[in-house]
Design a protein around this ligand. Structure first.
Ligand code: AMP
Length: 425
């Protein structure tokens, strides 16, 4: 006999099930985050939930927490090393290169996506092992207007949901011209600090990430670290200034944040993060930046690119923190309540006809009595109930009840669909 651990029938640690009614909000948030992209020339892309491990170790970076600690890896029966995707950018770029989208003539290739991502992190409020992002990537163009476009689209997406208390942090990480010299200067500074073994290793692999260390003992020592701002080359300075100007012209408020490095190795020049102050320690609701070298890192041609990913779970939490209730259309507009077997058949047909006519309709299944069925009708959120018994059928009508006002009127069977279409406006 197989024995199961006691918790085999609960959701795994760090995950949660999305169920009605909350799932409706989640879906609406995902839609709202994607909506600005759809009307800005971004095409939808879907990639597999898993990839070759190497894509991420090369693409996301050997020194990142994501690759060293957080990837869910597995070996297939055939011996292939795979990882559940911890983020979207590397996969999307891989797919674009593999499908030669960058050779189709139109650069940048603009893509958006939405899906689940997996990181073996320590779960806490707002931090899950399975979470959801909406992302966008603009591949193959170096243009500050493209960086600005993406940032503006994210801001517009948050605003369209009614979110107010978010802040945009902005930084430039330099490029392959100026970053090496800065890196060396920073390494020189960091090597002189009192740091643990792991952080010392990080100094050698990706010293910029040490600047991102959240621990107080480390932060204290970082005062006086060489600033990237003082090392940016002229081209990077001009580029960054242009992004800032475009954002300002679009009415986007941002804060320059020197320390913003982000957890992925591939970023160059523009980096940004959206922070929500109502979320406690897991305050990032989205982030992104430019990754001009990533394509070459994963075996492609030089394709300067920029992108972002917005966290759907955390955006839902941010809305809750601000007390924003989304106005969601009722899932059911009409609820049919049959009284007796003959009425069941007639109303069931009517519900099918309503659905086919585009009216969201549901039915009192399971032979409920009138009282219970009316309770279900109210709970469904429907504005109208259709009630019919034998007497109504004999007269060729059903009773159309407005559940808000309580008014009830008989409507001829063959006029019900039209009447409801008219009433819902
Ligand atoms: P990143 O890919 O780390 O830049 O993350 C982009 C966004 O995804 C973050 O700003 C979060 O909103 C969200 N996110 C990242 N990791 C998690 C997680 N473990 N749980 C929930 N949301 C996450």
């Amino acid at each position: 006999m197989t024995t199961y651990p006691v918790n085999a029938f609960t959701a795994p640690k760090g995950t949660y099930d999305l169920t009605p009614p909350d799932s409706a909000t989640f879906l609406a948030v995902r839609e709202a985050l994607a909506a600005p992209l759809r009307r800005s020339g971004y095409g939808y892309i879907e990639t597999p939930g898993f990839e070759h491990v190497e894509l991420f170790s090369r693409g996301v970076g050997e020194s990142t927490d994501i690759v060293t600690k957080e990837m869910y890896t597995l070996t297939t029966k055939g011996g292939t090393e795979l990882a559940l995707r911890p983020e979207g950018t590397a996969s999307v770029l891989r797919a674009a290169l593999e499908r030669n989208l960058h050779k189709a003539g139109n650069l940048p290739v603009k893509l958006w996506y939405s899906g689940s991502y997996y990181r073996y992190e320590r779960p806490q409020a707002g931090r899950y092992r399975h979470f959801s992002q909406v992302g966008a990537e603009a591949i193959g163009a170096e243009d500050p207007a493209l960086d600005a476009e993406l940032i503006i689209l994210a801001v517009d997406a948050y605003r369209s949901l009614g979110l107010r208390d978010f802040r945009l942090l902005l930084n430039s990480l330099g490029d392959k011209e100026c970053r090496p010299a800065y890196r060396e200067a920073l390494q020189g500074f960091l090597r002189g600090l009192d740091l643990d073994e792991e952080t010392r290793r990080r100094i050698e692999i990706n010293p910029l990430r040490v600047l991102d260390d959240k621990r107080e003992a480390v932060r204290k020592q970082l005062v006086g670290a060489p600033a990237l701002r003082d090392h940016l080359c002229e081209a990077c300075k001009v580029y960054h200034e242009r992004v800032r100007q475009l954002l300002t012209a679009a009415g986007v408020v941002f804060e320059d944040d020197e320390k913003l490095v982000r957890g992925l190795d591939y970023y160059t020049r523009t980096t940004f993060e959206f922070i929500h102050d109502g979320l406690g320690s897991q305050s990032a609701v989205g982030g992104g930046g430019r990754y001009d070298g990533l394509s070459e890192m994963i075996g492609g041609p030089a394709l300067p690119s920029v992108g972002w990913a917005l966290g759907v779970d955390r955006t839902v939490l941010a809305l809750r923190a601000e007390g924003v209730e989304l106005e969601l259309p009722a899932a059911t507009e009409v609820y049919a309540v049959p009284l007796g077997d003959a009425a069941r058949d007639v109303l069931f047909d009517l519900v099918t006809a309503l659905r086919r006519a585009g009216v969201a309709a549901d039915f009192a299944f399971g032979g409920k009595g009138l009282k219970n069925a009316m309770k279900s009708a109210n709970r469904s959120g429907a504005r109208f109930a259709l009630v019919a018994g034998e007497r109504d059928l004999a007269e060729g009508v059903v009773q159309l009840k407005d559940l808000e006002s309580g008014d009830q009127t008989p409507v001829a069977l063959d006029a019900v669909v039209e009447e409801l279409r008219a009433r819902r406006g």
